[in-house]
Design a protein around this ligand. Structure first.
Ligand code: PMP
Length: 306
């Protein structure tokens, strides 16, 4: 990742990719107090466009607020930085990674003498899972790791340190031969994947866990808007793993994973064991929206060009 051409936005400057470095005593590297976003730009007829940029920037600001980190840049500056890294790196489509982190000015947990730094990088990252997964669906496993409890860490913040939990769960699932993990909350109800929100469809109703211990996903919000448009009834509620086993359809959503069908949980086939019709419809709507092919969703797109 580090050894390549290109430019990265770091504290207000465009820095050559190979020179965008931090010191080994960077505070966030030691304790994980930081927050980040995962944003995507897609190719549209008018050039690369960033999907729901303002929503991602707002979530970054909220994450920082929850963690009590003072972001030194306005939403406008952060939005411009994200457009700039797509543009200046000549990317037609991109994964964009803004991150706020604490510097190397000190090492104590008090962290009262530290500067908040911000970086934004962008690169091409075509498909999170194998491309055929979009049609065939993935196999997942209930994790032995519990999703964060709301009083252990802050689930509404997309905080760097939270992802130890995600990585442990994903690694366990992959080691056991599955594509992704399904994490339950501390009471045993379904929370989310390692980096995705979960939806199920049963008897024509769309269900998704309440936001208590899962991230307020921007793709999740997008699917809820599509469901409203299609007049599909939605219930945000506690979901048990056996409700997923007997669902007609299940899928994950996320900026990286997009809309990803789930064909199996814990070796139980879900529905017909392939992408269901409602999942397919949401997938189509999602790709049309991100590619600028849905007029009613144009406000979600911000062109990277000037
Ligand atoms: N949950 C977690 C834990 C995540 O990391 C992500 C990815 N940001 C999501 C859900 C999905 O969020 P979004 O749709 O905003 O990418």
């Amino acid at each position: 990742m580090a050894d390549r051409d290109g430019l990265i936005w770091l504290d207000g400057e465009m820095v050559p990719w190979r020179e965008a470095k931090v010191h080994v005593l960077t505070h966030t590297l030691h304790y994980g107090m930081g927050c980040f976003e995962g944003v995507r730009a897609y190719q549209t007829n008018e050039g690369p466009a960033i999907f729901r940029l303002q929503d991602h920037t707002q979530r970054l600001q909220r994450s920082a607020h929850i963690l009590n980190m003072k972001l030194p840049y306005s939403a406008e500056t952060l939005n411009e930085a994200q457009r700039l890294v797509v543009r200046e790196n000549g990317l037609a489509s991109a994964y964009i990674r803004p991150m706020a982190f604490l510097g190397s000015e000190g090492m104590g947990l008090r962290a009262d003498n530290l500067n908040v730094h911000v970086t934004v990088a962008a690169w091409e990252w075509p498909s999170y899972m194998a491309p055929e997964a979009r049609e065939q669906g993935i196999r997942i496993r209930t994790s032995s790791y519990t999703r964060h409890h709301v009083n252990i860490t802050m689930c509404k913040a997309k905080a760097n340190g939270n992802y130890i939990n995600s990585m442990l769960a994903l690694n366990e699932a992959m080691t056991c031969g599955y594509d992704e993990a399904l994490l339950l909350d501390n009471e045993g109800y379904v929370a989310e994947g390692s980096g995705e929100n979960l939806f199920i469809v049963s008897d024509g109703v769309l269900y998704t866990p309440e936001l208590t211990s899962c991230l307020d996903g921007i793709t999740r919000r997008t699917i809820l808007a599509f469901a409203e448009e299609l007049s599909i009834p939605v219930k945000e509620k506690r979901i048990t793993r056996d409700e997923v086993y007997i669902a007609d359809e299940a899928f994950f959503t996320g900026t990286a994973a997009e809309v990803l069908p789930i064909r199996e949980l814990d070796n139980r086939q879900i529905g017909e064991g392939c992408r269901g019709p409602i999942t397919k419809r949401f997938q189509q709507m999602y790709f049309e929206a991100v590619e600028g092919l849905r007029d009613q969703n144009r406000e979600w797109l911000t062109l990277a060009s000037d």
